[in-house]
Design a protein around this ligand. Structure first.
Ligand code: LRH
Ligand code: MN
Ligand code: MN
Length: 424
């Protein structure tokens, strides 16, 4: 299924008067409105190929209907999202969940929807059929060099798939860790990981980045070999200038100050990429902005400040990606909600009066500083985000149009009831 330009125009025409009222009202008081819209138009958030099916929990999985059954259909799904919001112009593949059999064909299908390939992700946290050595006790950190070698080779294969598709980054997330004290020698596990990553790094093309993702817990509950941003930064620093830390919002211990982590990683030039999601308790992978929208705004506040300070382009300076996977909602609607929440938080961060904030900080005027941030956060910028979509030829109300066009029903007609997408 493809959404036609005329369908979007008809929808936008119906909402035009209401939108204009809201947009005029909010823009009157914002002098830099054009520059904010322009930045929003540039900003693209990659969609993970594993988020297009209904996720499960360890207790069960209730598959949705009309889910994509292969990579071509996943690209079609991201194409639908991008047509609706014009902010989801990239897809991130997890290999071997999604293996592009014919890279040229896959690439041209993606570009017919205006999509590019974002970071490719390796998977050494599950055993695949026919695999010689098991990852039960880890992969890149494993005590047995034969297992490490197999995991390194898998990452090299993933880089090669990525090269064929035009990706420019490899994301490595390891489930390596220990669940009981004494199980691991921490230093040896870390050294083995570093040595394995060095071999992978040696295969990175010149213009590629390596993202080292950390996670404090799960699947192991005593130690994770890359458990926090310090360990990731240490690895990235030892590896070299193409290696960066990747921050997944769900991978921290409760109440961690993620915005401060972001700020310091940016200062060190070592923040490479982002996995957006939200959580209440652990790595819940809930819709971005659904639980802690103020935190999302504060993170964007540091991103905008830090990227401007280091001269990084907001749109291209970091790898922006969603990593959420829902088990109740229609995954496409969930992703539209996530993208919207991210755009709103970004717009609010662009609104922060940075000169006044600097002054307040210099004067130790805490009340003023808090007010400046909360003024921006409490400003309803939805009409400005919608205006950016309108100018890009996207829908004023993406979820509204998704429902009007009965997209899921159409997909069920095309694909059937019982499809199951590969992934979590
Ligand atoms: C691990 C993680 C990592 C994986 C993805 C499926 O929790 O965030 O990014 O690749 O989930
Ligand atoms: Mn992640
Ligand atoms: Mn995660």
């Amino acid at each position: 299924m493809r959404i036609e330009k005329e369908q979007i125009e008809q929808h936008n025409n119906r909402l035009a008067a209401k939108h204009k009222r809201a947009f005029d009202y909010i823009s009157e008081d914002i002098s830099e409105v054009e520059s904010i819209i322009n930045k929003l138009q540039q900003f693209q958030i990659a969609i993970p190929s594993w988020a297009l099916g209904t996720g499960g929990t360890r207790f069960g999985r209730f598959s949705g209907k009309g889910e994509p059954g292969n990579l071509e259909q996943k690209i079609e799904d991201v194409g639908l999202l991008h047509a609706l919001n014009r902010s989801s112009g990239a897809i991130s593949l997890h290999i071997p969940w999604d293996i592009p059999q014919n890279a040229e064909q896959i690439k041209s299908l993606a570009s017919s929807y205006g999509l590019q390939f974002d970071a490719v992700n390796s998977n050494t946290f599950q055993d695949q059929e026919g695999q010689e050595h098991s990852y039960k006790f880890g992969s890149l950190h494993h005590v047995d060099p034969k297992v490490r070698k197999q995991a390194v080779q898998h990452n090299i294969d993933v880089i090669n798939h990525g090269i064929a598709l035009g990706s420019k980054a490899l994301t490595v997330w390891l489930a390596d860790g220990s669940s009981f004290p004494g199980q691991l020698n921490f230093r040896e596990a870390f050294q083995n990981t570093l040595e394995s990553l060095k071999e992978i790094y040696a295969h990175l093309p010149e213009d590629w980045k390596l993202f080292v993702e950390y996670k404090a817990f799960e699947p192991h509950f005593y130690s994770m070999t890359i458990g926090d941003w310090g360990q990731s930064l240490l690895l990235a620093t030892k590896l070299g200038s193409k290696a960066y830390t990747l921050v997944d919002l769900g991978h921290h211990l409760p109440n961690a100050n993620i915005e401060q982590i972001v700020s310091l990683l940016l200062m060190e030039g070592k923040l490479g990429g982002f996995h957006f999601n939200d959580s209440k308790y652990a790595d819940d992978d809930l819709t971005a902005g659904s639980i802690k929208p103020y935190q999302l705004f504060l993170i964007f506040n540091e991103l905008v400040e830090g990227m401007d300070a280091s001269g990084l382009d907001h749109a291209t300076g970091l790898g922006w990606m969603i990593d959420a996977s829902h088990n109740l909602k229609d995954p496409l609607v969930d992703l539209l909600q996530s993208v919207d929440a991210i755009m709103i938080a970004y717009a609010q961060a662009l609104l922060v009066d940075r000169v006044a904030l600097k002054e307040a900080q210099r004067d130790n005027d805490i009340v003023k500083a808090q007010q400046i941030l909360q003024d921006a956060f409490r400003t309803d910028l939805r009409a400005i985000v919608a205006e950016a979509r309108l100018r890009d030829g996207a829908a004023l109300d993406p979820i509204g149009l998704y429902n009007e066009l009965s997209v899921r029903e159409e997909l069920i007609k095309e694909r059937g009831d019982n499809t199951v997408a590969t992934g979590l």
